[in-house]
Design a protein around this ligand. Structure first.
Ligand SMILES: Cc1ncc(COP(=O)(O)O)c(C=O)c1O
Length: 481
C-alpha cells in the first residue's frame, strides 16, 4: 500500500473535520431523543432487516467520510433503541451522560490496553481512584477491586474469589470438589447460575432461596436451605444477595443476610449491579443498610451511574481477596516486581487481559457532578417509579405487582372479561409486543411465579409524570384496537 494511503487513513486533520460532523450529528440525535421526538424504537423484523444489511466484502473501500456520516445518520441512528427518549421505560440501560460518552471517545482513541500499568498509566490511576470512591460509598476504608466489562463478568469474578477463599484448598491449581454450593434468591440474575456453570460447579450448585411478597429473600428460607444443604453433606460457601433484583428491583435484607453469613462463616456477596447506586442518595441509602458487611460487591456503571456500557465494579472488602479469582503467571507481562508495584497491573484481578480505559468516564462524572447531583438522578427516577405505581393503584383496569423499592414497576392490564391465567399472560405479552412495535413506548415484561407482568424501568430522569399517564392511556388504546 502506498505511503500516502497510510497517511490518509491516519490523518489527524480528517479526524478533526469528521469529528466535528459527527458531534453535530450526535448532538441533533441527542436533542431529538431528549425532547421525545419520533419513535422510541423504529421496530422492524430482524429477519427482514438482516437481508437489507448484507453486502459483499469491500475490497476497495467505496465509502467516503461524508457517506459514512450519512450512513450513521440514516441507518445506524435511525435504527437504535433511543435510550434518552423519555418514553423509553424498557431495560435497565442508562441514558448515558453526554460527558461520559465523550470520555469514551478518549478511551477509544488512546486505546490504553490496561493489562499492565505501562499500557495505561493514567487509566490505571483513574480506575483506582474511582474504585476507592465507590468503596467509600459502601462504607469501606481500604477495599480494592477492579472495573470489568459488565455485571455478569463482575459476578463471575466475585464468585471465583469466594470459591478460592472458602474452599480450603487451592481450587485455582487443583480444581474444584463438586459439593460447593451457592445460596441465592430465586430472583437472582442469571449470571449467578451462569457463573456456577462456568466454574464447573454446575448450575444445580445454586440453591434458590424463596422470596417474600415484596420480592426480597426470605431469611427463614435462607436458614432452612442452608441447613438442608449441610444435612445433605454439601458445602455452602457463599450467599448472593441482590440489591435491586432484575425482575422487580427488590432489595434483599442485606443486614440480616450479612449477619447470618458472619455467624455461619459464609462469603457474603452483594450483587448491586442495579441498585448499589442508591448509596448515592441520602434519601435511599438506608435501603442498602448492611452492604458494608459484604465480602464482595458488584456495581454497574451503565445502569444507575449513567455511564455508557459496559463498566462494572467488583469490589472486595479485604484487599487480598481482589487477587483470589485469578492466579496467573505470564512473564511477558508480570515481571516479578515487588507486590506494591505489581498491584498496579490490573490483569492480575480480571478475566480480561486487554481492557478498555473505563475509569475516566466515571471519574469525570463524579468530578463534575459530585455525589449530590448523581444521587439526585437516582432519587428522581425512584420517585417517578413511585408515581407510576400510585397511578396504577388508582386505576381499576391495571394491577400493581408490588410497591417499587427502586425504579422498576411491574404491573398488568386487567381486561373487562375474566381470563384464564394462561390467557391473561398471553394478553400482557401481546400488549407489550404491540406497544413496543408501535414505537410509542418501550416496556419489558417479566414472569413471576408463572404470571407475566409488564415491567417499566424508569432510567431516564426526563420521563415526566405526563408520560406515565400517556403510557397507561396508550396501553388502553392498544387493548381497544
Ligand atoms: C442484578 C443484576 N446483576 C447482574 C446483571 C448483569 O449485568 P450486565 O448486564 O452488566 O452484565 C444484571 C443485568 O441486568 C442485573 O440486573
Amino acid at each position: 500500500m502506498a505511503l500516502n494511503n497510510i497517511n490518509e487513513m491516519f490523518d489527524a486533520e480528517n479526524f478533526r473535520s469528521m469529528g466535528h460532523d459527527l458531534i453535530e450529528l450526535l448532538t441533533e440525535y441527542l436533542h431529538g431523543s431528549l425532547e421525545g421526538e419520533g419513535e422510541v424504537l423504529a421496530w422492524k423484523s430482524p429477519q427482514q432487516e438482516s437481508l437489507r444489511w448484507q453486502s459483499s466484502l469491500p475490497r476497495q473501500g467505496e465509502l467516503t467520510s461524508e457517506s459514512l456520516i450519512s450512513f450513521i445518520r440514516e441507518e445506524v441512528l435511525a435504527n437504535t433503541l433511543r435510550v434518552h427518549h423519555p418514553r423509553n421505560l424498557g431495560h435497565q440501560v442508562a441514558p448515558p451522560l453526554p460527558i461520559a460518552a465523550l470520555c469514551d471517545l478518549v478511551a477509544a482513541l488512546t486505546n490504553q490496553a490496561m493489562a499492565v500499568y505501562e499500557t495505561g498509566p493514567s487509566a490505571t490511576m483513574l480506575e483506582r481512584q474511582v474504585l476507592s470512591w465507590l468503596s467509600t460509598l459502601i462504607g469501606w476504608d481500604n477495599a480494592e477491586g477492579i472495573l470489568t466489562s459488565g455485571g455478569a463478568q463482575a459476578n463471575l469474578t466475585a464468585l471465583l474469589a469466594a470459591r478460592q477463599s472458602m474452599a480450603g484448598h487451592d481450587v485455582w491449581r487443583h480444581g474444584s470438589a463438586g459439593e460447593m454450593r451457592i445460596l441465592a434468591s430465586e430472583h437472582a440474575h442469571y449470571s449467578v447460575s451462569r457463573a456456577a456453570g462456568i466454574m464447573g460447579l454446575g448450575t444445580d450448585a445454586v440453591i434458590p432461596v424463596a422470596a417474600d411478597a415484596l420480592g426480597r429473600m426470605r431469611m427463614s428460607d435462607l436458614r432452612q436451605q442452608w441447613k438442608s444443604s449441610i444435612a445433605r453433606g454439601d458445602k455452602p460457601i457463599v450467599v448472593v444477595a441482590t440489591a435491586g433484583c432484575t425482575p422487580t428491583g427488590s432489595i434483599d435484607p442485606l443486614k440480616e443476610i450479612g449477619e447470618f453469613c458472619h455467624q455461619q462463616q459464609l462469603w457474603f456477596h452483594v450483587d448491586g449491579a442495579h441498585g448499589a447506586s442508591a448509596l448515592l442518595s441520602e434519601q435511599h441509602r438506608m435501603a442498602l443498610q448492611g452492604i458494608s458487611l459484604a465480602d464482595s460487591v458488584v456495581w454497574d456503571g451503565h445502569k444507575l451511574l449513567y455511564m455508557p456500557a459496559a463498566v462494572s465494579a467488583v469490589l472486595f472488602r479485604n484487599p487480598s481477596h481482589s487477587y483470589a479469582a485469578f492466579a496467573q503467571e505470564a512473564s511477558y507481562l508480570f515481571q516479578g516486581n515487588c507486590a506494591i508495584d505489581e498491584a498496579y497491573n490490573t490483569s492480575y484481578r480480571t478475566l480480561e487481559c486487554t481492557k478498555r480505559m473505563m475509569g475516566l468516564k466515571l471519574w469525570a462524572a463524579f468530578s463534575l457532578y459530585g455525589t449530590d447531583k448523581l444521587g439526585a438522578l437516582v432519587a428522581h427516577v425512584f420517585q417517578t417509579a413511585k408515581v407510576l405505581a400510585e397511578m396504577i393503584t388508582a386505576t381499576l383496569d391495571f394491577e400493581l405487582l408490588m410497591r417499587p423499592q427502586t425504579n422498576i414497576v411491574c404491573f398488568r392490564h386487567l381486561p373487562k372479561s375474566v381470563m384464564e391465567p394462561e390467557v391473561l399472560n398471553q394478553h400482557q405479552a401481546t400488549l407489550r409486543n404491540s406497544l413496543v412495535q408501535s414505537g410509542a413506548f418501550h416496556l419489558t415484561q417479566t414472569s413471576v411465579h408463572g404470571s407475566i407482568w409488564l415491567r417499566a424501568t424508569v432510567m431516564n430522569p426526563l420521563t415526566a409524570n405526563s408520560d406515565l399517564k400517556i403510557l397507561l392511556d396508550t396501553l388502553r388504546g392498544v387493548v381497544s384496537r
